[in-house]
Unconditional design. Structure first.
Length: 241
């Protein structure tokens, strides 16, 4: 990290500046800056040591926060991160009057893969799905998450149902060469409705995904779509998006 970027990070965090309070307060009490250069240098060094101590605490806190919000297997955000991001995305969408789309995916037959090929094969499958989803979304705009087990979610800020389906189809096209045509996911896609809270949006996506998981006939309405996705096949015809 350059000295400029380090200084910028320091100035962006008020708590860092509080580290200078003991030194500055001493100067104010005395009524002037230390006269002797060595004394002045000593107080500067003390202030810097305190400052970097606070900086180290913030770095460790940020690392712990990242670990707490990251799925260990795939490196995607976990359910805790997902819940926080959905709440923030809904608030931003309301404030900016923009659209918001959410897709839930359940990897079909993961248990069969674990039972017949071993859990390492199942873990590899989940990692492949996670990496592919992360690759096809817009970096810094959208979010990908593993919610646990065989469930994933994709959050598309400013997106609609058509964009969500396009993203999922690109992901399946990328996965096909390594996983084959038999790889499928049960999918539920929703867009933010006027009456939706963050919890309501999540519940609707979850309900549609499980409708697909139960084998219900693929369908769609003004707010969502569900069905089983496989490589080379669209969940909905182009004219119904």
């Amino acid at each position: 990290m350059s000295s400029t970027s380090a200084l910028r990070r320091v100035l962006e965090r008020p708590a860092y500046l509080l580290a200078w309070l003991p030194v500055v307060t001493d100067w104010v009490d005395v009524g002037h800056l230390p006269e002797h250069p060595r004394e002045f240098a000593t107080e500067i060094v003390i202030g810097m040591l305190i400052l970097w101590g606070v900086h180290g605490l913030y770095q460790r806190a940020e690392r712990f926060r990242t670990l707490a919000e990251t799925d260990a297997l795939t490196g995607l955000g976990n359910r805790l991160k997902f819940r926080a991001d959905v709440a923030n995305a809904v608030s931003r969408a309301r404030a900016s009057r923009r659209t918001l789309a959410l897709a839930f995916l359940d990897v079909d037959r993961l248990k069969l893969v674990n039972d017949t090929r071993g859990h390492e094969a199942g873990d590899t499958l989940l990692r492949d799905v996670g990496r592919t989803l992360e690759r096809v979304v817009r970096r810094g705009v959208d979010g990908c998450y593993r919610l646990g087990g065989d469930e994933f979610a994709v959050l598309l800020s400013g997106g609609d149902r058509a964009l969500a389906l396009e993203v999922l189809e690109r992901a399946f096209a990328d996965l096909a060469p390594s996983l084959g045509d038999r790889f499928t996911c049960s999918v539920g896609v929703v867009t933010l409705a006027d009456a939706d809270s963050a919890d309501a949006l999540v519940q609707r996506a979850d309900a549609l995904m499980y409708a697909a998981k139960r084998g219900e006939r693929p369908g769609h309405n003004a707010g969502g779509a569900f069905g089983t996705m496989r490589s080379g096949a669209s969940l909905l015809p182009r004219g119904e998006r």
